[in-house]
Design a protein around this ligand. Structure first.
Ligand SMILES: Cc1cc2nc3c(=O)[nH]c(=O)nc-3n(C[C@H](O)[C@H](O)[C@H](O)COP(=O)(O)OP(=O)(O)OC[C@H]3O[C@@H](n4cnc5c(N)ncnc54)[C@H](O)[C@@H]3O)c2cc1C
Length: 463
C-alpha cells in the first residue's frame, strides 16, 4: 500500500482528535486521522451521549411511574407503565449512529483523510495502521496523540460474567433486578440512578467516606437525599473484595464482611489513559503520573508530537479535549495560541445535577483568597416550584477585595444548562456587580444565579 505523507496526523477520533482534525482541515492543513473503533470516541459511542440518553429515558419512566396510582400533586394519572429496555437501547444506538455519521461527514467536509484501524508507532513521525486492506504507513510532520482513556479494571473483579463496565451497562437488554455499583463517582452514580429509576434494586459501594468525593459535602447532600428517596443503598467507607458466587464480597466501614447479592456488578472506579499496546512506550515521552506530560501548548517532551484529551490527565472531560484539539490545530496551522482558559466547567448528570466552574469556597481560601460567598436556594425560586424541583442552590464565590468572581457551583434539577453562563462569567472576568446587574429572564432557574450574586453583595431580593 502506498505510504501516506501528510502535515498533520491525528491518532484517535474522539472529541479531542476529531475536533483537532476538523479545525486543521478548515485551516487548510493537510490532515489524516486514524481511528481504531468508531469516530466520536468514548464520548459519543460509549460515554457522554449514550449515558445521557439512558438517563433521560429512565427519568421519563420514573416520572410516569410516579403518576401511576394516585397521580401525585399534578393530578395526572396513568396506567402502570412498562419499560422495554431493548427498545430504549435501540433508540440510544440510533442517536449514537446519527452523531457518528455526522462526525465522519464533518471530517470529510473539512477534507480530512480518514484511515480506519489501530495506529502503531514506528518512530516519532511514522505510524503503521492495520487496515482491512493491508498495512498503511503514514508519515507526518506533526503528530497529535488523542487516544483517550479506558475503564480501570479491579484485579479481583475482572470484567466478564456478572462484572460489567460502563460500556456494558449502556448496552444491557434487560434491567438487572439487583445491581451493585462499585465506585460512587459521577459515572457510577449517573448509571446507578438511571437503573434504579428503571426498577433495579441498586446498592452503591464507595471506598471513601463520601459519594462524589471530589465535590464538597454541601453540593452532594441533595444528591445523597435523592438516592435515598429512590431506595438506593449507599455504603460509604466500604471496600469491594471480590466475588463470592453471585454475590459481591465487601468490607463495610465498620470492618465487617458482607455479601451483596447481585445480577450485575458495575465497576466504575475510574479511567486510565490509553498508553499501552500501540508502540507509545518506544517513544519514551515524559509522563505526569500515568498521563502524558504536556505544556501550555499541549506539546509533549518530543518535538513535533502533541497530546490532547484524556491521555493528558484530569479533568477527563470531552469539552476539555475539544478545546485542546481546537487550540493544537491552530498552532499547527501557524497561529499563536496557548492554553489560557480560566475554568473548565464540570457537570455531574446525577439527580439533581451538579455544576462546578472555577473555585469552591474552600479551594479559593486554600489559594490564599479572602472570599465573599453568596448562596441562593431553589426553594425560593418560582420556576423551580412550578417544576416540582426545589432541592438545591446556586453558590457564587468572589474575591472579597474586588468582587471578582472566582467560582460558581450549583446543584438542582436542570442546572447543567446554567454551566455556560457560569463559565462565561468567569472567562469574562465578571464581578459580582456584573452578574447582579444582568437582567435574568423570569421565571427561570437562572434567576438563582443573579440572586446568589446579590446575596454575596448583601442585598438579595427574594430571600
Ligand atoms: C459512561 C461515561 C460517561 C461520560 N460522560 C461524560 C459527560 O457527561 N461529559 C464529559 O465531558 N465527559 C464525559 N465522559 C468522559 C468523556 O467521554 C471523555 O473525557 C472524552 O471522550 C475524552 O476524549 P478523548 O478524545 O481524549 O478520547 P476518547 O473519547 O477516549 O477517544 C479516543 C479514541 O482513540 C481511539 N484510539 C485509541 N488508540 C488508538 C490507536 N492506537 N489507533 C487509532 N485509534 C485509537 C479510540 O478508539 C477512541 O475512539 C464520560 C465517559 C464515560 C465512560
Amino acid at each position: 500500500m502506498k505510504e501516506i505523507v501528510c502535515k498533520l496526523l491525528v491518532i484517535g477520533a474522539g472529541p479531542g482528535g476529531y475536533i483537532c482534525a476538523i479545525r486543521a482541515g478548515q485551516l487548510g492543513v493537510d490532515t489524516v486521522i486514524v481511528e481504531a473503533v468508531k469516530a466520536g470516541g468514548t464520548c459519543l459511542n460509549i460515554g457522554c451521549i449514550p449515558s445521557k440518553a439512558l438517563i433521560h429515558a429512565a427519568e421519563e419512566f420514573e416520572k410516569v411511574s410516579h403518576m401511576a396510582g394516585n397521580g401525585g400533586p399534578l393530578g395526572i394519572t396513568v396506567e402502570t407503565p412498562k419499560l422495554d429496555l431493548a427498545k430504549t437501547i435501540a433508540w440510544k444506538d440510533g442517536i449514537v449512529g446519527r452523531l457518528n455519521s455526522g462526525v465522519l461527514g464533518l471530517l470529510r467536509k473539512a477534507k480530512v483523510k480518514i484511515v480506519h484501524g489501530r495506529a502503531q508507532f514506528r518512530d516519532g513521525k511514522t505510524v503503521e495502521v492495520e487496515t482491512e486492506t493491508g498495512t498503511q504507513v503514514i508519515r507526518a510532520e506533526t503528530v497529535v496523540i488523542a487516544t483517550g482513556s479506558e475503564p480501570v479494571e479491579l484485579p479481583f473483579l475482572p470484567f466478564g460474567g456478572p462484572v460489567i463496565s460502563s460500556t456494558d451497562a449502556l448496552s444491557l437488554k434487560t434491567v438487572p433486578q439487583k445491581l451493585v455499583v462499585v465506585g460512587g463517582g459521577y459515572i457510577g452514580l449517573e448509571l446507578g440512578t438511571a437503573f434504579a429509576k428503571m426498577g433495579a434494586q441498586v446498592t452503591v459501594v464507595e471506598a471513601t467516606p463520601q459519594i462524589l468525593p471530589q465535590y464538597d459535602a454541601e453540593l452532594v447532600k441533595p444528591v445523597a437525599k435523592r438516592l435515598a428517596d429512590l431506595g438506593i443503598r449507599v455504603l460509604t467507607g466500604a471496600r469491594a473484595k471480590g466475588l463470592s458466587g453471585n454475590a459481591l464480597l465487601i468490607e463495610t466501614a465498620e470492618g465487617t464482611e458482607e455479601q451483596l447479592e447481585a445480577d450485575k456488578i458495575l465497576v466504575t472506579v475510574g479511567r486510565k489513559p490509553r498508553t499501552e499496546g500501540w508502540g507509545l512506550d518506544e517513544l519514551d515521552l515524559d509522563r505526569a503520573g500515568k498521563f502524558l506530560r504536556i505544556d501550555d501548548r499541549c506539546r509533549t517532551s518530543m518535538r513535533g508530537i502533541h497530546a490532547i484529551g484524556d491521555i493528558t490527565g484530569e479533568p477527563m472531560l470531552a469539552h476539555r479535549a475539544m478545546a485542546q484539539g481546537e487550540m493544537v490545530a491552530e498552532i499547527v496551522a501557524g497561529r499563536k495560541r496557548t492554553w489560557d482558559k480560566r475554568c473548565i466547567p464540570a457537570v455531574c448528570f446525577t439527580d439533581p445535577e451538579i455544576v462546578t466552574a472555577g473555585l469552591s469556597p474552600d479551594e479559593a481560601r486554600a489559594q490564599g483568597y479572602d472570599v465573599r460567598v453568596g448562596q441562593f436556594p431553589f426553594n425560593a425560586n418560582g420556576r423551580a416550584m412550578t417544576m416540582l424541583s426545589e432541592d438545591g442552590f446556586v453558590r457564587i464565590v468572589a474575591r472579597a477585595d474586588s468582587n471578582l468572581v472566582l467560582g460558581i457551583q450549583a446543584v438542582g434539577a436542570g442546572v447543567s444548562e446554567l454551566s455556560s453562563a457560569f463559565a462565561l462569567a468567569i472567562e469574562m472576568g465578571a464581578r459580582l456587580e456584573d452578574v447582579a446587574a444582568t437582567i435574568h429572564a423570569h421565571p427561570t432557574r437562572s434567576e438563582g444565579f443573579q440572586e446568589a450574586a446579590l446575596k454575596a453583595l448583601g442585598h438579595a431580593l427574594h430571600i
